[in-house]
Design a protein around this ligand. Structure first.
Ligand SMILES: *Cc1c(COP(=O)(O)O)cnc(C)c1O
Length: 380
C-alpha cells in the first residue's frame, strides 16, 4: 500500500475555469459576480439572513467581535478545546476569555456548565461545532436570552450540517446564533485555499457588517445607488476576498452535494469497520440525536496519551498520517497565566487522547480497510 496522507485538497476541475472567467471579466477585486453568487447560494440554501465572504474564518470571527462591540474588560465564553482563532478574535478587542469544558463523551462545549461561568461582564458565548457536529443550541440560545448575551457560532467545520431543536425544526448550523463564522481553508469540506464567511442572522448587524467588511466605508451602499457618495463612516478592515477566491469557491459549491456524499460514505466506512472491532481501548465519535454529521472529520479517542502515541507511531511506520488535534487553549503559552486556574478535565482528555484519521474526497474505502486492518493486527 502506498503512503496515505492526512488531507488532500480536492479540486472539482472547474476552479481554473471560473478563475479564468473572473480574470477575463476585468473585475478581480472583491464583491463582484462570483462573491455575490456564493453569498446568495449560502443565504438561500441554509437560511442565513445575510452572508459576507471573508478571507478566512478568523477574519469572520474578528468581524463578529467588532459587531458585538466587545471591549476591554468584557468576558467571552469559549470552549478550551478549539482552534486559536476562536479566542484570538475576541482577545484582540480586549476581552477576557473564560474557558469552558467539553462534554466527557463529545469535544463540544458542555452546555450545562456554561451558566456557572456567566457574570455581569459576560458579553458573548462562542460555541464551536467540533467536527461539524452541533452543540446543544437550544440550551445555549436560552442562556443567551436569559442573560442578554450574543451567541457567535464558530462553524468553521460545520458547513452543510444541522441541528434539530426541541421544536422539531431542523436548522443549518450557523443560522441559529446571532452571528456565525465559517472556514473554506483547504482542510475543510469545501475550500478556496484560504477563505471564510460571516453569516448574519440578526438584522441589527447587517448594515454595519457591510461597512466593517469594506474598510469602514459605505462603499456597498454607494454601488447599490443608495447614497450619492461614499466615505469613512466606521471602524473596519479589508475583510473581503478577491473575485479569484470567490470563483474558486463557486466551483466547490457546485459540487457540494457530491463532496458531502463521498465524505459521508468514507466516514461511515470508518465507523462501521471500527464498530466491528469493538475495542475497549478507544471510543468512537458520538453524534447527539439533535445533530447531523457532515463528515468533516473522523476521530477516535484513546484511553491515554501513551496509547495515542503508540497508535500514531504505528500508523506512521506504515506511512499513514494520523494526527492529534488542539492543545487546550487554557493551558497555552499565551493564555495559561491569564486563565482563572479552573481544571478542564474533558478538554485535557481530548487534547491527550483524540486522534484524527485521513479523510478526504479522493481517499478510497480500500485505504480505510488497510488502516483498520493494521490497527486490528498490530493492536498497536
Ligand atoms: C479552521 C478553523 C478555524 C480557522 O479557520 P481559518 O479560515 O483558517 O481562519 C477557526 N475555528 C475552527 C474551529 C476551525 O476548525
Amino acid at each position: 500500500m502506498k503512503q496515505i496522507g492526512f488531507n488532500k485538497p480536492y479540486l472539482t476541475g472547474k476552479e481554473t475555469h471560473y478563475i479564468y472567467d473572473a480574470v477575463n471579466s476585468g473585475k478581480i477585486s472583491g464583491n463582484g459576480k462570483y462573491t455575490q453568487k456564493c453569498q446568495l447560494f449560502f443565504e438561500e440554501h441554509y437560511g442565513f439572513k445575510k452572508v459576507l465572504l471573508t478571507t478566512s474564518c478568523t477574519d469572520a470571527l474578528e468581524m463578529c467581535a467588532i459587531l458585538a462591540n466587545i471591549k476591554e474588560g468584557d468576558e467571552v465564553i469559549v470552549p478550551s478545546f478549539t482552534f486559536v482563532s476562536t479566542a484570538i478574535a475576541f482577545v484582540r478587542q480586549g476581552a477576557k476569555i473564560i474557558f469552558a469544558d467539553s462534554y466527557s463523551d463529545n469535544p463540544n462545549i458542555d452546555a450545562d456548565k456554561i451558566e456557572a461561568l456567566i457574570t455581569d461582564k459576560t458579553k458573548a458565548i462562542v460555541p464551536v461545532h467540533y467536527a461539524g457536529v452541533a452543540c446543544d443550541m437550544d440550551k445555549i440560545m436560552e442562556l443567551a436570552a436569559k442573560y442578554n448575551l450574543f451567541v457567535i457560532e464558530d462553524a468553521a467545520q460545520a458547513i452543510d450540517s444541522f441541528y434539530t431543536g426541541k421544536d422539531g425544526i431542523k436548522r443549518a448550523l450557523g443560522s441559529i446564533g446571532h452571528l456565525a463564522a465559517f472556514s473554506f481553508h483547504e482542510t475543510k469540506n469545501i475550500i478556496s485555499g484560504e477563505g471564510g464567511m460571516l453569516a448574519i442572522n440578526d438584522n441589527q448587524f447587517i448594515h454595519r457588517a457591510e461597512i466593517i467588511w469594506e474598510k469602514g466605508t459605505n462603499r456597498a451602499e454607494f454601488f447599490r445607488g443608495e447614497v450619492n457618495k461614499y466615505g469613512w463612516v466606521d471602524t473596519g478592515s479589508s475583510f473581503l476576498p478577491s473575485e479569484i477566491i470567490a470563483a474558486f469557491l463557486w466551483a466547490q459549491i457546485e459540487n457540494l452535494e457530491d463532496i458531502q456524499q463521498k465524505r459521508k460514505l468514507l466516514w461511515n466506512h470508518y465507523y462501521q469497520k471500527l464498530s466491528d472491532i469493538n475495542f475497549s481501548d478507544f471510543s468512537l465519535p458520538k453524534i447527539p440525536e439533535y445533530a447531523s454529521n457532515n463528515a468533516h472529520m473522523f476521530y477516535v479517542v484513546l484511553k491515554d496519551i501513551e496509547q495515542r502515541t503508540a497508535l500514531i507511531s504505528m500508523l506512521k511506520e506504515n506511512e499513514i498520517h494520523a494526527v492529534f488535534h488542539y492543545i487546550s487553549l487554557h493551558s497555552s503559552d499565551f493564555y495559561h497565566e491569564k486563565h482563572d486556574g479552573r481544571i478542564l478535565e474533558n478538554s485535557d482528555k481530548f487534547t491527550n487522547c483524540l486522534v484524527r484519521f485521513p479523510l478526504f474526497y479522493e481517499l478510497e474505502t480500500t485505504a480505510i480497510d488497510y488502516i483498520i486492518n493494521l490497527i486490528k493486527t498490530t493492536g498497536f
